[in-house]
Design a binder for this molecule. Sequence first.
Ligand code: GLU
Length: 329
Amino acid sequence: MLSMKSSLKLGVAAAGLALGLGAASSGAMAQQQFVSIGTGAVTGVYYPVGGAICRLMNQTRSEHGIRCSVESTGGSVFNVNAIRGGDLEFGVVQSDVQFNAFNGEGQFEEGGAHEDLRAVFSLHPEPATIAVRADSDIHEFDDLLGNRVNIGNPGSGQRALMDVVMEHKGWSASDFSLASELAPAEQGQALCDNNIDAFVFTVGHPSGAMQEVTSTCDVRIINANDDELMALVEEIPFYFTATIPGGMYRGTDEDVQTFGVGATFVASANVDEDAVYTLVASVFDNLDSFKALHPALEVLDAQAMATEGMSAPLHPGAERYFREHGMID
Ligand code: GLU
């Protein structure tokens, strides 16, 4: 009896506590919301760009209550999958990966179309960057055959791109003497240690990773513009020809002629409209500061960011901002 009474009392107290806590936490949630951006390797461009977006957004946190944080990840494909799984709200992804994810093509064929993927804006160009040891016999793209090549970690955009290129050229991993799957953080060291002859990286320029590897050992960046590759550029939406300016990196004095994709910023359709609007406003209201936060962003143009390179539907929060500012009809 006694124990029943006391347990009853305890039960009531616990219910009261739970109610109190519930009220307190929902109050706190209204004030503080968390969003995470999936990026790439810390030495890539996605990671500092994600950091720049969060920095601008967090500056006005007292007004909107959203705390933005950045995650280093395996890259584009990883980000799309994490957004789909509800582990991330936002991500930076290659334009070709955005297209494939939304349409269930390429590497997303098995998992099916990611219909809840939403475009937010587009970012910087990302040329396919083929870095080779200066002492290697690799002078054009097809010379990669028979050599030790890092084709990229599964989950990265460069791997997605390399898979398409290899299929187009009728190559398989066994056509290289080694096809490694190192992440961008490891590939520079592997090249300088003579464990690989070349790596393929789709990345904005200048990038910290490319600066590091080219200043640590003797590296050349080769052209990737043969007829087969140019036929692929014609065929695939979101591939375009690209140039990496000569003199940008030690060891590569001539312009490099290659092809590339664009980086884009995406969200889950489940992220609320106001949060996306706030993020977009943080970037576009401060575009000059944003562009100054990383040299690969220098080329950005507001109108192009709002209208080009995207294939998933625009998130309503982004759409509202762009419409209010006359950037879309
Ligand atoms: N384009 C690469 C990817 O999609 C990432 C490049 C970067 O980190 O800047 O995985």
